[in-house]
Design a protein around this ligand. Structure first.
Ligand code: NAD
Ligand code: G6P
Ligand code: MN
Length: 452
């Protein structure tokens, strides 16, 4: 059997995720280039996963009965005989995302899923869970690769670097993919035609070049457009970042660009460059977690229940999450050594020449069956270098605080974050986060010199 004929066994960790059904539909669409022999779902919330699992079982029975399908909460069953683990877990669920957003906002500080104190709180919950998944994978399927998009990806990636440096885990984000789809629409190309240069960390970076395959540079054209419209496009291209709050984020990119018109910004920079604006435009009683619970989560679970009740997927199929095909691109790159160029979160080691080697950066990489080879992005300017170094040290402090169970380093992390105004406010937010996260965080030791 040639390599290309090999069929793969996949486990989706976080089987009850709002994204699972769309990703399974996308995998079905991609059977020709990435054929499956088995598909499993794994979750630590059996009830939630069963709703998605039962509906997918019906879909697969009708569309691809040859793929062996099961869903389970048992890690041995889940992680035995798998080639790839797609991981999208949310430690603490939407209930805790809501706390991550609302607690900082109550202190007039950015409340966001992956940025600022909310992202730090989420990181403190995620690290242990991701390490557990890696250990299951290595124990039961030592050759398996984990393609992880569980958030906060940057802190998770730093924790993996510290705690499991040799594990086969690749951390990836869909935001640059989504924004590049917008860029390609702005200049009238196909997303696959773009070849970019980019530097930064996850949810914290800049494009320095957007070319077509022939080498024509489109950055000035895109910049002129973004200066007027942000990344809002005439005809909508995306299927994911569509709600009104996302449209406001795409539009805000014009103000991010104004700070440095040489490069195209990642939309997440708004939380660091305009935190006061973000707080003013947030409703402290109804945040993104509530929007998603009332929107995507309701839609996905209602669709699943409808399929289960009818016993057939003909009553309304799950939408195909086609924008997530980059995950298949990544799996193919590893399985078939395609050497595709993709943005991944990797240890710097000189890729960005004038920042530390041990920072987890997001840069274009060539991906083959040994994993990613980062492409060097050269030296970066003072402004971006300053921002990256500050944010990188915030994330390192979080991971150290988790490893050492250390209050002091976590307080320093919040104090250093650009989203917080002072050590005093950082402490007040942190103490509320500790209270809310008792069930999830390691118990933090207070330093003997700690002042109240
Ligand atoms: P969700 O809460 O709907 O789904 C997450 C699932 O993970 C839940 O069913 C939950 O029970 C399960 N889970 C939680 N902890 C677990 C553990 N320790 N072991 C096994 N399962 C566990 O959340 P969602 O909105 O669908 O998002 C899922 C994840 O994907 C989040 O981390 C989100 O931030 C991330 N995400 C990342 C990107 C990216 O660009 N990297 C894009 C979209 C979503
Ligand atoms: C983007 C980011 C993800 C993040 C998601 C949140 O896709 O890249 O990392 O999880 O947005 O979207 P939501 O719709 O849940 O707010
Ligand atoms: Mn992301």
């Amino acid at each position: 059997m040639t390599n290309l004929e090999k069929k793969h066994s996949i486990i989706i960790a976080g089987g009850g995720s709002t994204y699972t059904a769309g990703i399974v539909m996308m995998l079905l669409e991609n059977q020709e280039r990435f054929p499956l022999r088995a598909l499993k779902l794994y979750d630590n919330d059996g009830e939630r996963q069963a709703i998605i699992g039962k509906a997918i079982a019906i879909e697969l029975q009708e569309k691809a009965p040859e793929i062996k399908f099961e869903y389970t909460t048992d890690p041995v069953e889940a992680f035995t005989d798998v080639d790839f683990c797609f991981a999208h877990i949310r430690s603490g669920g939407y209930e805790m995302r809501e706390q991550d957003e609302k607690i900082p906002l109550a202190h007039h500080v950015v409340g966001q899923e992956t940025c600022g104190p909310g992202g730090i709180a989420y990181g403190m919950r995620s690290i242990g869970d991701i390490i557990e998944l890696i250990d299951f994978m290595e124990k039961y399927s030592p050759n398996c690769w984990m393609l992880n998009y569980s958030n906060p990806a940057s802190i998770v990636a730093e924790a993996c670097r510290r705690l499991r440096p040799n594990s086969k885990i690749l951390n990836i984000c869909d935001m640059p993919v989504g924004t590049q789809r917008r860029m390609s629409q702005i200049i009238g190309l196909d997303p696959k035609d773009l070849e970019v240069r980019y530097f930064g960390m996850n949810h914290f970076g800049w494009w320095t070049s957007v070319k077509d395959k022939a080498g024509h540079e489109y950055l000035p054209e895109i910049r002129d457009y973004v200066a007027k419209n942000g990344y809002l496009t005439q005809v909508e291209v995306d299927t994911q970042h569509m709600d009104a709050s996302w449209q406001a984020t795409h539009k805000k990119a014009q103000d991010l660009l104004a700070v440095d018109p040489n490069y195209l910004p990642n939309t997440y920079l708004k939380y660091y460059l305009y935190p006061d604006y973000v707080v003013e435009h947030s409703d402290p009683n109804y945040t993104r977690a509530n929007e998603v619970e009332d929107g995507r989560e309701k839609r996905v679970f209602a669709a699943a229940r409808k399929i289960i009740e009818a016993g057939t997927s003909k009553v309304g199929e799950f939408p195909i999450d086609s924008h997530a095909s980059f995950i298949v691109d990544l799996a193919c790159a590893i399985a078939y050594n395609t050497h595709e160029r993709m943005l991944l979160i990797v240890e710097n080691n000189g890729a960005i020449a004038n920042i530390d080697d041990d920072i987890m950066v997001e840069v274009p990489c060539i991906v083959g069956n040994d994993g990613p080879e980062p492409i060097t992005q050269g030296k970066i300017p003072l402004f971006q270098r300053g921002m990256i170094l500050e944010q990188a040290m915030v994330e390192k402090l979080v991971v150290s605080a988790w490893i050492d169970h250390d209050y002091q380093q976590l307080w320093q992390a919040l104090t250093l974050s650009k989203t917080l105004p002072s050590a005093q406010v950082a402490k007040e937010v942190l103490d509320d986060l500790i209270e809310a996260n008792k069930e999830y965080w390691p118990e933090l030791k207070q330093s003997p010199l700690h002042v109240n």
